[in-house]
Design a protein around this ligand. Structure first.
Ligand code: BDR
Ligand code: CA
Length: 316
C-alpha cells in the first residue's frame, strides 16, 4: 500500500475550514501531522479555539494545533466576517468546552521543523491567509524545495473574486504573503474560486445528514453558512447552497484527479487600488515566465460531493 500523505492544514476556522478539518481527519490516506492557525474569518485565538473544538468533536485530540499569525505581514487586519461565519466563526453553533490547549511551539517553527525532518514528504494545505506559509519561507527559503507541495485554497484565475471584482479572500487578506508564496519556487496547486464556487453543498443535501452525536452542530453551522450565501451570492437553481472552498483543497491532496489542472505563471497584485489581492494568471500562448503553479480550472463536482458525503455523512 502506498504510504499515507503527511499533511499540515493551515486554517482560519471558519465553517468551511471546520468541514475541511473533518474531511481531512476522516480520509484514511491523509496523515494530518498537525494543524496551524491564522487570523482571517475570525481572529487567531478564535480560529485556534474552533480548531481544537472541531478536533475534539472528531475525537482526534491526538492531532496537535499550533498558533500562527494574528495579522498580515505588512497591513492591518480588517477584522472578522461574522455575517458569513457567525460571531463565533462556527455559524454560532456550539461545541462543548475545550479539554486541551494549543501547543507552545509556534506555527512557523512547527512547519519548519516538520518539513526539515521529512524532506520531500510534507504537503501544506493552507486554506487561510498565506501569512504563516510566507513566514516560514522568509525564515528559511530552502523550505520551498523541501516541501512535497503546497495545495492552497486561494485565488481566482478566470472568474470573479469574492471580496472584490478580482480578489479572493485568502489572497486579498494578505497579498504580500501570497506574493512570497507564489514566488518561492515551491510546487503549488491553486484551488481557487474557479472550482470551489462549483463545489456546492445544498440545503437539501444538508438535511440528509445522518444522525450522530454532533449532526445537530453540523446542521446548525452549515445552515448559517448557507444563509450567508443566500444573502451574498446570486443563487441559481431551486435549492440554496454554500461553496465548499476549503474541503476541495483537502480533496485535491487525497484525489488529484477531481479537478482539471493547467500549469500557469501566477503573480499576485499587491498595489492596485482596485485589484490588490488579484491572482494574475498569464494565459498567453507564449507567456513571459515559466509556470509556477498548477491551477485548477474545472472540477468534477458530483464526484467531489460524493467524496465529502462519504466523510461528513450526508446523501448526494
Ligand atoms: C476562503 O476564505 C475564507 O473565508 C474561507 O474559509 C475560504 O478559505 C474563501 O474565499
Ligand atoms: Ca478558510
Amino acid at each position: 500500500m502506498e504510504s499515507r500523505h503527511k499533511v499540515i492544514l493551515d486554517v482560519d476556522t471558519g465553517v468551511d475550514d471546520a468541514l475541511a478539518i473533518l474531511c481531512a481527519v476522516r480520509s484514511p490516506q491523509l496523515d494530518v501531522i498537525g494543524i496551524t492557525t491564522c487570523f482571517g474569518n475570525v481572529d487567531v485565538e478564535t480560529a485556534t479555539h474552533n480548531t481544537l473544538a472541531v478536533l475534539e468533536y472528531a475525537e482526534r485530540t491526538d492531532i496537535p494545533v499550533y498558533i500562527g499569525a494574528e495579522k498580515p505581514l505588512l497591513r492591518e487586519w480588517g477584522g472578522p466576517v461574522p455575517w458569513i461565519h457567525g460571531d463565533n466563526g462556527l455559524g454560532d453553533a456550539e461545541l462543548p468546552p475545550l479539554r486541551r490547549l494549543a501547543q507552545d511551539e509556534s506555527a512557523t517553527t512547527f512547519i519548519h521543523r516538520m518539513v526539515t525532518e521529512h524532506p520531500g514528504e510534507v504537503t501544506l494545505i493552507p486554506v487561510a491567509r498565506m501569512t504563516n506559509i510566507a513566514n516560514v519561507l522568509q525564515f528559511d527559503p530552502t523550505i520551498a524545495r523541501k516541501l512535497k507541495r503546497i495545495v492552497m485554497m486561494g485565488g481566482a484565475a478566470f472568474c470573479p473574486g469574492n471580496v472584490g471584482p478580482f480578489a479572493e479572500a485568502n489572497i486579498w487578506g494578505d497579498p504580500e504573503a501570497a506574493h512570497i508564496v507564489f514566488h518561492s519556487g515551491a510546487p503549488i496547486t491553486m484551488v481557487g474560486l474557479d472550482v470551489t464556487m462549483q463545489a456546492r453543498l445544498t440545503s437539501k443535501q444538508l438535511a440528509t445528514l445522518s444522525e450522530s452525536r454532533y449532526s445537530e452542530f453540523l446542521k446548525e453551522a452549515v445552515s448559517f453558512y448557507i444563509n450567508a450565501y443566500e444573502r451574498t451570492q446570486a443563487q441559481d437553481g431551486d435549492d440554496s447552497w454554500c461553496a465548499l472552498h476549503d474541503p476541495l483543497a483537502v480533496a485535491m491532496v487525497d484525489d488529484p484527479t477531481l479537478c482539471e489542472i493547467k500549469d500557469y505563471y501566477v503573480d499576485v497584485e499587491t498595489h492596485g487600488l482596485l485589484t490588490a489581492g488579484m491572482t494574475v494568471v498569464d494565459a498567453r500562448a507564449v507567456p513571459e515566465h515559466r509556470p509556477n503553479a498548477s491551477v485548477c480550472v474545472s472540477v468534477d463536482a458530483p464526484r467531489f460531493l460524493q467524496w465529502c458525503a462519504d466523510r461528513l455523512g450526508f446523501e448526494v
